[in-house]
Design a binder for this molecule. Sequence first.
Ligand SMILES: Nc1nc2c(ncn2[C@@H]2O[C@H](COP(=O)(O)OP(=O)(O)O)[C@@H](O)[C@H]2O)c(=O)[nH]1
Ligand SMILES: [Mg+2]
Length: 354
Amino acid sequence: MFALNIFELELVPQILLVLAILVSIFGIGVIVVGRRSRKPVIAQSSSTEQVTTSSRVRNQLEKARGAFTGVVTGVLTRSAITQETWDELEEALLRADVGVATTQRVLAPLRERVKAKQITEPIALVAALRQEMTMQLLQSKRELNFDTSLGAPNIWLVVGVNGAGKTTTIGKLSAQQHTLGRTVLMAAGDTFRAAAGDQLETWAQRSGAEIVRGAQGGDPSSVIFDGVARAASRKIDLVLADTAGRLQNNANLMEELAKVRRVADKGSGKVTEVLLVIDATTGQNGLSQAKQFSLATEVTGVVLTKLDGSAKGGIVFAIETELAIPVKLVGLGEAIDDLVAFDPAEFIDALFDK
Ligand SMILES: Nc1nc2c(ncn2[C@@H]2O[C@H](COP(=O)(O)OP(=O)(O)O)[C@@H](O)[C@H]2O)c(=O)[nH]1
Ligand SMILES: [Mg+2]
């Protein structure tokens, strides 16, 4: 008994040391976890900025992931690379809306490498496919253009067909820019429907922005012009201009859009972004929209909305490779914080990783 106590006493310093180490490890762990969870939603740089993506992206891309994991599993369940492998790959990519041209562009170099016996195993094929798809997305510059040296309001025009998510995107963008310390004014250029102005007004209140509205049925160009003038006189940094959802096959409406842009540029601000909002669930139709809109006005970036509800995430590849317009932001839900910067690496990880 006595011997045991001595033994225990001798161990006291060691026990204390072990306890001290455990406490400090736990402490560091808490700090690291705390930091991670406090990771800012928005990162800022001098003239451009991006919203960092969150871990929710993966979950919100569940449907799109489904389409791609189908591709991977299909290939991996075979013991060798056969004609069926290629058929399955092609079909799955098309089903995910990668598009015919992009699918061929991605698969052609892989076919060559398999033919040359540089790739012999299905697992290596999947790895090469992933690399090939990553490469398709790496070139683009995705920062939102904000010219700090302008000394006048930057104007971001938001265009796209009805229901694509323009107004919602403006609300989310406004909140993000507000967090960056910028003052925002919304110009209700969708004068076509009365409800559109009310909807925008709600977003303005929610996100701490000012708003300029016009009469229903009024000229959208003049509403946006007035908005820019008001922003300039109040030294507001950014004008987010909403527009009516116009069908891309309606020549008059496309002309009107071109006019909106010209007039917006004429006042005391400058259009530094034209964001085309595309609903991911519309698939390849979204691509033809993008083509038409970029004819009417120089589109500088795409916002791909509703990616949370789409199995057609492949449209990202089609937009970028076939139109050379960068996807800058993606919408992953209806809430104010459901808009994130498009991060290709994260996107591909989410699609390919189980
Ligand atoms: N699930 C989901 N719904 C969205 C997203 N963006 C917009 N919406 C919804 O799409 C509908 C149309 O959006 P709205 O902004 O009015 O489209 P607009 O006609 O282009 O202005 C609304 O019900 C929005 O809540 C998104 O990223 N995900
Ligand atoms: Mg709208």
